[in-house]
Design a binder for this molecule. Structure first.
Ligand SMILES: Nc1ncnc2c1ncn2[C@@H]1O[C@H](COP(=O)(O)OP(=O)(O)OP(=O)(O)O)[C@@H](O)[C@H]1O
Ligand SMILES: CC(C)(CO)[C@@H](O)C(=O)[O-]
Ligand code: BAL
Length: 300
């Protein structure tokens, strides 16, 4: 394997700098993950590798973003397989720190606050989740920041890749880097789906065959709205909600159409008038033991 595994922030820094120098490189791509990698993550890695001289991926199951200890304990950890997948995508460096490396003093006293944008939707169901996620993303972005000048003497370009599947996380990360002046470009990667439409997620493995089949209604309902939007028809959100509610194994949490940046509902656009403009249909539901989220951009 050409890929290299590092476990400390110091190693990540020195290896990153060494690789940039060795490749005469002027750009570093960084992909934060929690491991248990699937084709969605592979696409993030591939996108980063194609656009940068050096690519680093972090694998860290961040306790700070889990409210539920059971969810944290059972989160899948598959480092060996993850390394193989990333090696095949041409990733240079994997940063897989222990919890003590990231939080040497236990719980951090000072954290990033996600504000009102972090309290709605996913934040309402998982209180504190986005403060925990943004705090670790801030730390990871600092760890991976390319050191030293690029080959041409300027600063190395620094890009970080996030999936559109976690739309609220993406919107919050964008706000964080803007509001707090992080020197990194955030690149969004479209959601990768299974052939039947289910958005890939590390937690899908906990679905039984029957639950997985039932979960397809999420993507189906989103597609319905997408089709109506592109046909310039009224979205008729209530009928799409009804479709999801008709599936007994699916316990719907929320389903709405929102502004992609603020995640504020676009209520007036969802009923009887043809949909106009840009929106994002977002959905979350519990299917068996798993909380699933999905979304689809609407453009009309
Ligand atoms: N299907 C997907 N398509 C594109 N990007 C994805 C997909 N699934 C996850 N990602 C992105 O990969 C990065 C790491 O996500 P993470 O490790 O939490 O994986 P995950 O599959 O979302 O796991 P889970 O949903 O169980 O938390 C995030 O930026 C996330 O948005
Ligand atoms: C961005 C992230 C790696 C932070 O722990 C996580 O929330 C994820 O995998 O989406
Ligand atoms: N992909 C989002 C991370 C989480 O569910 O904790």
């Amino acid at each position: 394997m050409a890929i290299k595994l590092v476990t400390t922030a110091a190693e990540l820094r020195s290896e990153g700098a060494r690789l940039l120098k060795e490749k005469g490189g002027s750009s570093l791509g960084f992909v934060p993950t929690m491991g248990a990698l699937h084709s969605g993550h592979a696409t993030l890695a591939r996108t980063a590798v194609a656009a940068n001289d050096v690519t680093a991926v972090s694998i860290f199951v961040n306790p700070l973003q889990f409210g539920d200890a059971v969810d944290l304990d059972r989160y899948p950890r598959t480092l060996e397989a993850d390394m193989e997948l990333l090696d095949a995508e041409g990733v240079d460096l994997v940063f897989a720190p222990a919890v003590e490396e990231v939080y040497p003093d236990g719980q951090p006293l000072v954290r990033v606050t996600s504000g009102p944008l972090g309290e709605k939707w996913e934040g309402a169901s998982r209180p504190g989740h986005f403060d925990g996620a943004l705090t670790v993303v801030a730390k990871l972005l600092h760890y991976a920041l390319p050191a030293g000048p690029a080959a041409d003497g300027g600063a190395a370009a620094y890009r970080a890749y996030f999936g559109q599947k976690d739309a609220q996380q993406l919107a919050l990360v964008r706000r964080m880097v803007t509001d707090l002046n992080f020197p990194v470009e955030i690149v969004a990667v479209p959601t990768v789906r299974a052939e039947d439409g289910l958005a890939l997620s590390s937690r899908n493995r906990f679905l039984s065959a029957e639950e997985r089949e039932a979960a397809l209604v999420l993507a189906r309902a989103l597609r319905l709205l997408e089709q109506r939007a592109s046909a310039h028809e009224p979205l008729d959100l209530p009928s799409a909600v009804e479709l999801v509610r008709s599936q007994p194994l699916v316990e719907l949490d929320y389903f709405d159409v929102v502004d992609p940046r603020t995640l504020e509902p676009l209520a007036e656009n969802c009923q009887d008038t043809p949909f106009r403009g840009e929106g994002l249909a977002i959905i979350a539901a519990k299917v068996g033991p798993v909380r699933l989220i999905d979304n689809i951009p609407l453009d009309s």
